[in-house]
Structures are given as structure tokens and as C-alpha cells.
Write a new protein. Structure first.
Lengths: 77, 457
């Protein structure tokens, strides 16, 4: 399954360099699967949000609560 | 002297100085440390009881020239390790780690590691003890500690949930958490039908295997903050929903099946209370504590207690009770007294053996002796010399052969225990202890002894 997903992974996630400040080995395979899972979950969370908005717009069904992920930094001075 | 287990993180380390435990923050960590202390994150974590508090020592010269700051953290009463925790404790430690990571991300930081050894139990609750675990979050950066979290927390919890309650003992062998390929093999096939376990454990393991020893440009991979948050929430939901495999263990229902009448039980409690009041210990270990019926006598007096038992179900049940009652001074742990925690890790020195932890003022050894002698073929002499190495004061229960519990132990075997009697017990213990008092429990043949170690023993 990972073979099929390789080209998808390479194209979905825009590459930019980030530096590893941590000291533990994050594991290449772990980073890749993490990105995949996070991507799938992100899509499903987004789908849930938009589905609720569409329903609300069409005034169909109850207005449900959503668990929105944080969209911006909460910066403090 | 640098702490035995504090050498991997270049950000800083713990060291001993006179009778204190201090933490040096190295220069390379200055920016991250200042960010942590300058943001609201530190205070929020302290207020929520999620991070150990510390104070900065102003005029300290530092352990070496790389010193940015010296911190004095609040001390933990008793250091324990994940292989000594019951299911509930490991689960709460995992939830704490994920809550901290969620809070950190909200304030522009992230955990650079998620080792179970960074969590300790403090006032009854799991707490992060490594203040230097945080680093400034860079947008798009994946969670470097994801693999460690899956190995240290999710894998053992899933194994204890779906395979066997005793699986956490694998953490004793695998210092960096249970390898995911082993976890994947040991978990039943049905766990592949669970989306989260399939992703975080089974496919994670396959991905690890595929990319090990390969040069792949994983440094170019980025994950948006929102997706990272979704990942952490997924782990949190998965961990929270896991339930301990509910098999019956030998001692899980101990207090339903024993030979105490109400009268003898009450009398035993009275004797223990009196003996504890005579010793006035500050710390107590209850060995073979089961669900803490007698530990609570010491706990109610504000004494710091550690309650050890071999049975993971009993310890889990006790931990749940203590949580509900919000008791802060009793820590229940899983421990096999005939094979207690060894010292493990680099140079057999990173994680301390049972006897290397700070020793208690007193030990309760109730309804235990017959198990050590009859089930484990230990002599009174060996048992007495073990206890004299760990405590000055001992409250111990002698259980004679005529007792119904002993008759059960002897039911299927030859009785080779010709020296198992009161006289031999007293003679052997008297080599190391002065027997201060002995009281027979009413309506029972058992005897409770109060002993104090002999000087020079």
C-alpha cells in the first residue's frame, strides 16, 4: 500500500526544509505515515466542517456543534 | 554528579549537588527556554498540574561552562517507571502527554520527545518532569516525538487492551517503548478493523520497516498545524477509548475470598493502626497491598505510601479508587517481590532497581509471608535479610499452616515446609530484628508482629 501512496505523498505535501532541533530520531517511516494520517484526518475534519455549513446554509437538520482545530497561532506577548 | 538517566538531550541535564537535584539549561536551549517562560504556556501548565514547577537559582556558577541557567525543580516523592504502572496509570500518563502537546501547540511550542520516563506520579497524578522537553514550533514541522509516543504509550496500552494485561512488562526489556513490528504481530487481527490502531500501529510499523536503512527525503515533508492538531486529537481519542482487558487474575477478588470474619478484619485494622502510631513513620511501603485496605490506615495519617502488588488488576482497581477519592499521598504500583524491578538501561544504571529507590521508614508485609515461603520456596532467613535491607521498622503478619489460605497453597503439593512454624519464624527474624510486640488477631490464627531492626544489622 505504501508503494501506491509514494507518488501521492511526494506531490500532496509541498516540500520545504525544516531543521530538526530535537535530539531523538523521529524515524523516516514514522514521519511519512504521520503525514499521511494527518492528511487523511485533516481532510475528514474539513469535510465534517463544510458538511455542517452546507446543511446549515440549506437549513437542513439541526445546527450541530463542530470541533474546529486551531486555525491560527494564539500569540501572547 | 550527572543524573544516571539524563544524558541524551543536548538542551540540558539533571545533576546532583550536595543533597539537591538541579537542572542545567545549556546555552543551545536559551531561546526555547526563554520562549517557554515568557509565554503563557509555562504558567498554564503549572496551574493545570501538568508540568513540574521549578525555580531559577540566581547565583549558581553552573555545572560546566555551557550553562545558561540552573533550575531547581520540585522533587517527586517516589520515582516509578512505566513497567510498574497499571493500565490506568499508563493511560493517564499518555493522556497527560497529549494534553501537554495540544496546549503547547496552541502557544507556539511542541514537545521534542514523548518518553514515558518524562512522566512521574506526583500527588496522585501524572506530571511532566522534563521542563526542557519543549521547543519552539515551526509551522509545517511534523511531530518528531510521534514514533516515541506510539512505542512508549499506544503500543503497550493496545497490547494490554487486546492481547494480555501483562504486556506492559515488555517495557522492561525495550527501553524505548515496544517496537511496533512486535506490537503489530502480537495484536489480534481484529485490531486492523479499528481505523486508529490500523493507522498508528499496524501501518506505522509497515512504514517503519519500509524506510529503515533507506535514504529518503523525509525532511521535505510538512504537516499543517491544523492537520497536526487532528493527529494529536486522534491519538487522544484512541488512547482514551482503550479499556483494559478484563481477565480475572488470581488476586483480583482477594477480599471477597479470604478467611477474615468482620471481627478479625476490624481487629487486624486496629492492631495495624496502633503499630503505625507507635512507629510514626514519614514513609511506608505496603508490600502485597492488593487494593489497599490496610495502606489506607497509613494514608489517612498523611504518611507517604507506596502500595506494591503483583496483581495488575488489583493495582488498577486501587488506582481507580484513589483517583475517585482524590488521595494524593498513596502511589500504587505493580511489583513482584520475588523478582522486583532490576536496574536497566545503559551500564545497567539508567533506571533504578527496586532497592535503589529511597527506602521507607516502615514496611507493611501483611498476608504475604506464606506466599513467599510456600509458593516461592524462600526460607525465613532469606526473607528476614531482605526486609532488613529495606527498612528499619517492620509490621509483618505470620500466617500458620492451619490457616485456610495456606491449606489451599499446600493442597496440590507435598508439604516440605517442616520449618514453617511460629518458633522458626521468630528465631530467624530475631537475627536482624527486635520483636517489639506480637498480637494474635481475634477469630483468626494469624499473628501481627511489630519489629525494629537491630543496630548494626
Amino acid at each position: 500500500m505504501i508503494n501506491i501512496l509514494n507518488p501521492i505523498i511526494a506531490n500532496i505535501f509541498p516540500g520545504f526544509m525544516w531543521s530538526m532541533l530535537g535530539y531523538i530520531d523521529p524515524g523516516t517511516g514514522s514521519i511519512i505515515i504521520q503525514a499521511l494520517i494527518a492528511g487523511v484526518l485533516g481532510v475528514s475534519v474539513a469535510a465534517k466542517i463544510y458538511w455542517h455549513r452546507i446543511l446549515k446554509f440549506l437549513k437542513i437538520g439541526k445546527t450541530a456543534k463542530t470541533n474546529d482545530p486551531p486555525e491560527s497561532d494564539s500569540t501572547e506577548s | 554528579m550527572i543524573h544516571e538517566s539524563s544524558f541524551r538531550d543536548p538542551s540540558g541535564f539533571l545533576f546532583y549537588e550536595e543533597r539537591k537535584l538541579l537542572r542545567q539549561v545549556n546555552n543551545c536551549y536559551q531561546k526555547d527556554y526563554d520562549f517557554l517562560m515568557g509565554s503563557l504556556l509555562y504558567n498554564k501548565l503549572i496551574k493545570a498540574g501538568l508540568l513540574i514547577e521549578h525555580r531559577e537559582l540566581e547565583n549558581h556558577h553552573g555545572f560546566n561552562a555551557d550553562c545558561y541557567k540552573i533550575l531547581e525543580p520540585e522533587l517527586i516523592n517516589f520515582i516509578s517507571y512505566p513497567y510498574e504502572w497499571c493500565f490506568g496509570q499508563l493511560q493517564d500518563a499518555a493522556i497527560t502527554t497529549l494534553k501537554i502537546q495540544t496546549m503547547a501547540l496552541q502557544h507556539g511550542m511542541t514537545l521534542k520527545d514523548s518518553s514515558a520516563y518524562n512522566i512521574q506520579f506526583h500527588k496522585g497524578k501524572p506530571i511532566l518532569i522534563d521542563t526542557l522537553s519543549f521547543e519552539i514550533y515551526k509551522d509545517g514541522k511534523p511531530w518528531a516525538a510521534y514514533k516515541q509516543f506510539c512505542q512508549h504509550f499506544l503500543a503497550p496500552l493496545a497490547l494490554m487492551s487486546f492481547t494480555d494485561i501483562r504486556m506492559n512488562q515488555l517495557l522492561k526489556i525495550y527501553m524505548d517503548g515496544i517496537p511496533l513490528d512486535l506490537t503489530s504481530q502480537l495484536l489480534p487481527f481484529s485490531t486492523k478493523m479499528n481505523f486508529s490502531l490500523l493507522m498508528h500501529l499496524h501501518l506505522h510499523s509497515k512504514s517503519q520497516k519500509k524506510y529503515e536503512r533507506k535514504e529518503t527525503a523525509s525532511k521535505n515533508i510538512s504537516i499543517s498545524r491544523a492537520n497536526l492538531h487532528a493527529l494529536i486529537q486522534s491519538l487522544l481519542n484512541t488512547v482514551t477509548r482503550l479499556k483494559m482487558k478484563g481477565q480475572k487474575t488470581e488476586w483480583g477478588n482477594y477480599y471477597s475470598f479470604n478467611n477474615y470474619t468482620d471481627k478479625s478484619f476490624a481487629h487486624k485494622k486496629e492492631i495495624i493502626s496502633r503499630f503505625i502510631d507507635q512507629i510514626k513513620p514519614e514513609t511506608i511501603w505496603d508490600v502485597g497491598a492488593n487494593t489497599g485496605e490496610f495502606t489506607q490506615i497509613a494514608g489517612a495519617r498523611g504518611i507517604n505510601c507506596v502500595a506494591f502488588d503483583i496483581d495488575p488488576l488489583a493495582v488498577d482497581s486501587y488506582y481507580s479508587d484513589l483517583k475517585i477519592q482524590q488521595i494524593e499521598n498513596i502511589l500504587p504500583l505493580i511489583m513482584d517481590l520475588t523478582n522486583p524491578s532490576p536496574s536497566i538501561g545503559w551500564n545497567n544504571n539508567e533506571r533504578l532497581a527496586f532497592k535503589q529507590r529511597p527506602l521507607p521508614d516502615a514496611v507493611l508485609a501483611l498476608a504475604l509471608l506464606h506466599h513467599l515461603v510456600i509458593s516461592n520456596n524462600l526460607s525465613f532467613h532469606k526473607i528476614a535479610s531482605f526486609f532488613k535491607e529495606i527498612t528499619n521498622h517492620l509490621i509483618i503478619e505470620f500466617v500458620p499452616k492451619t490457616d485456610s489460605q495456606v491449606r489451599i497453597l499446600l493442597a496440590s503439593r507435598k508439604d516440605i515446609f517442616i520449618h514453617y512454624n511460629e518458633e522458626s519464624f521468630e528465631n530467624n527474624f530475631a537475627r536482624f530484628f527486635n520483636i517489639k510486640e506480637k498480637i494474635s488477631i481475634l477469630d483468626s490464627e494469624r499473628i501481627i508482629y511489630l519489629m525494629t531492626k537491630k543496630v548494626g544489622s
